[in-house]
Design a protein around this ligand. Structure first.
Ligand SMILES: [Zn+2]
Length: 298
């Protein structure tokens, strides 16, 4: 009995020794990596009618109502508020420019690539600024870029340009803006383009004779007054604005064929409509129009 405490003592020492030996074999960094991996592999429960996806912009594992994902401009990523259109545009950019198949947030930096955006959304523009030598420009704020009169310093300067839902707001003749897009790119530079469009035979110009015009009135009562080149006065009511005033007035509804023609006539080649759904990125189409388009400056 007198030896019992000694046996206990030896047993405890052996356990402690064994624990110390085991701890020596553990690599803290590996533990952290495994934890991160486990966190990445974790999936939230998917409610009925929802679709699980990885946001190809912020990289989060998410799920959202399928009906909401299918809406072009409805925020459906719970972390970054990306929409189907934003994810589709960034997937097309990643595919054409990098080809790594990674969410934008995890792409490596390419500061050797100069890019420019035309009023790009903050949902992805901050990541483009982080990854590329990229500037976001605006029609009403610095740094300015008016596609009808781009600054001389921008000519042949960029490896990529993002023109996302801009062209439907530019006054006619719209071919001038398409031609100017081409002049901003270096030869072989990438255009990433989107507008709402139909698959009808013709583009519908809402104000075909726009010349000297202004928008008057407030709110839903706003109207457009125009004097044509021939001196005729026109008044248009029931205007459609996209989220603001002035430059957000919808000037036309493009048709797909006219977009492809205008791009070709402006010197773009390898024009590609990105029509493939990519469910794992939360990019699912139930109609094949108003899709991202890429083209290279010929
Ligand atoms: Zn996101």
């Amino acid at each position: 009995m007198r030896n019992f405490p000694a046996v206990i003592g030896l047993g405890s020492f052996g356990t402690i020794l064994q624990l110390r030996l085991e701890l020596r074999n553990l690599k803290p960094r590996r533990l952290v990596t495994s934890y991160r991996k486990a966190f990445r592999l974790w999936r939230p429960a998917i409610p009925p009618g929802h679709h699980a996806f990885i946001c190809n912009i912020c990289g989060v594992h998410a799920s959202a109502e399928l009906a909401r994902i299918l809406e072009r401009d409805a925020p459906s990523c719970p972390r970054c508020n990306s929409t189907l259109r934003f994810r589709a545009m960034m997937a097309a950019l990643e595919e054409e420019l990098l080809g790594t198949g990674k969410p934008l947030v995890r792409c490596r930096k390419r500061k050797d690539l100069d890019g420019v955006g035309l009023t790009d959304s903050g949902v992805y523009s901050h990541l483009l600024e982080e990854k590329f030598s990229y500037i976001n420009t605006f029609f009403h704020a610095r740094p300015y870029l008016d596609l009808m009169a781009p600054p001389a310093g921008f000519q042949s300067r960029f490896d990529f340009i993002i023109c996302a839902d801009v062209m439907e707001h530019i006054p006619p003749p719209i071919q001038v803006a398409f031609a100017n897009l081409r002049t901003l790119l270096r030869p072989g530079g990438l255009l990433l383009f989107s507008v709402p469009y139909s698959r009808d035979d013709k583009t519908v110009e809402y104000f075909p004779d726009l010349h000297q015009f202004e928008i008057l009135g407030d709110g839903a009562e706003r109207y457009l007054v125009n004097v044509t080149r021939a001196g005729e006065s026109q008044v248009f009511k029931n205007l459609e604005f996209h989220g603001g005033t002035g430059a957000t007035l919808e000037m036309r509804l493009f048709c797909e064929a006219d977009i492809l023609r205008l791009l070709h006539e402006s010197g773009f080649r390898q024009i590609k409509i990105h029509s493939q759904s990519l469910p794992k990125w939360g990019i699912i189409y139930d109609s094949l129009f108003s899709l991202p388009i890429t083209a290279l400056a010929g």
